[in-house]
Ligand binder design. Structure first.
Ligand SMILES: Cc1cc2nc3c(=O)[nH]c(=O)nc-3n(C[C@H](O)[C@H](O)[C@H](O)COP(=O)(O)OP(=O)(O)OC[C@H]3O[C@@H](n4cnc5c(N)ncnc54)[C@H](O)[C@@H]3O)c2cc1C
Length: 390
């Protein structure tokens, strides 16, 4: 039996009313066809400003997966989780915009998140997405080694400047800054940029953390190379380990453009690769710190077992766990209860701006792709437990 099955702990912050609502919502997004139809309707309604749809969205998906419309409005959630030894990682959830003004606004928002996190144990990390700071196509062209026009060169310099400004501030304020990972055809450009930041700001400790996707082939080798690089240039490494979120897109592109699939051949191979990364970290803790961003119970247990074998304290500052807000509370609250370092990605933004994020969560949670069955059975279990407790 799973050690993460204690629903009393998992849902201690949720009222029975909230649980019933979450149950109906997960039930609603369980069916892929319905979800896809719903998403089309939602996109149309939001584009056309239907106030009724906004209201419904705010009371359902938004409430389940988002902290609030602003950082300040998310404070209630932050404090409630922190009472249970669970940190919050603000995720500025505005996506799909790629103009210079938006990139500057995002950069400013991340700086404010760093200020907010300074000396604040409830906010253990700050995070940003590479495409929040620059155009996707520009990253792609840089990675492909395409000759940039003068205007593009200036544009790229502005991207580099945004990275440098937030990394410098994080270093100055002693706040860990994580950079998300995206598609393989821009990720090398991102990695190169982040490696420069690591060499510059991780001399005393790991402040700038990159993300590594273990569903990719060759990533263990990359990790080994990176460790050698860090040793030879004398800096520390911090990594968020995830399996990876863009599998279908990656496979489709590889097939269309006729290059080898960059993704592990099957789920088991991704799982094995992820677990090998856990072992690699545990053998190199003098240089590497890690954040395991996963909803996978086996991998989470493996980290805990390895920590025990190494005699590490549950709150060893080099090891962290993380899940997304609204999902896998059974893992997060269990870890918090046992005083492991654990945190939730907590998205925030206006209802309109977080729609693409919510759509992805809905799609991820259909019965085919996701873990809805598990969420549903845990919620049911807790509702029943509360009934019999009365
Ligand atoms: C806190 C946090 C931060 C995250 N940040 C990022 C990020 O920066 N970048 C990013 O890309 N993702 C990110 N993710 C998402 C993550 O990559 C996974 O998509 C998601 O967490 C599901 O994987 P899992 O380990 O939780 O669990 P599981 O449910 O055990 O694994 C599902 C994952 O396994 C892999 N997989 C499934 N089927 C196959 C198959 N047939 N062949 C090969 N592999 C397969 C896929 O990666 C799939 O997402 C983040 C997740 C969390 C919790």
């Amino acid at each position: 039996m799973s050690i993460f099955n204690d629903t009393k702990i998992a849902f201690q912050d949720k009222s029975t009313e909230q649980l019933k609502k979450a149950y109906l919502m997960f039930k609603g997004i369980e069916h892929p066809t319905l979800t896809n139809l719903g998403i089309k309707f939602l996109n149309f309604s939001i584009r056309n400003n239907f106030p009724f749809v906004k209201t419904v969205l705010k009371k359902t998906l938004f409430q389940q997966f988002v902290g609030g419309e602003t950082r300040e409005k998310s404070q209630k959630v932050v404090q409630a989780m922190f009472k249970h030894h669970i940190g919050s990682i603000f995720d500025y959830a505005v996506e799909g915009k790629d103009d210079e003004e938006t990139f500057d606004v995002t950069c400013q928002e991340i700086k404010e998140n760093i200020d907010f996190a300074e000396g604040n144990p409830a906010i253990p990390f700050v995070v940003f997405k590479p495409t929040g700071f620059g155009r996707f196509k520009l990253y792609e062209d840089v990675q492909a080694g395409k000759a940039l026009t003068d205007t593009e060169k200036e544009e790229w310099q502005r991207v580099v400047k945004r990275y440098d400004e937030v990394c410098q501030l994080a270093h100055q304020k002693d706040v860990i800054l994580m950079i998300d990972a995206e598609e393989t055809w821009i990720q090398c450009a991102v990695d190169a940029l982040v490696n420069d930041m690591k060499a510059k700001y991780n001399k005393e400790k790991a402040v700038i953390w990159n993300t590594i996707q273990m569903y990719r082939t060759g990533r263990l080798e990359y990790l080994e190379e990176d460790l050698e690089r860090a040793k030879s240039k004398n800096y520390f490494l911090g990594y968020k380990f995830v399996r990876g979120a863009y599998m279908e897109k990656e496979r489709e592109r590889a097939q269309e453009m006729n290059y080898p699939d960059p993704i592990q051949p099957n789920k088991q191979a991704s799982d094995d690769n992820y677990d090998s990364a856990i072992c690699f970290v545990m053998d190199n803790l003098d240089k590497i710190s890690a954040f395991f961003g996963t909803h996978n119970e086996k991998s989470t247990e493996l980290v805990m077992t390895k920590m025990q074998e190494k005699g590490l304290a549950h709150d060893d500052p080099r090891i962290h766990f993380g899940q997304l807000y609204g999902m896998s509370d059974n893992i997060t609250y269990f870890l918090g209860d046992k005083k492991y370092n654990t945190a939730k990605y907590l998205p925030y933004g206006s209802v309109k701006d977080v729609v693409p994020y919510l759509m992805r969560r809905a799609q991820e949670n259909t019965s085919v792709a996701g873990q809805t069955g598990r969420e549903l059975s845990l919620i049911m279990k807790e509702i029943k437990r509360r009934r019999t407790e009365k």
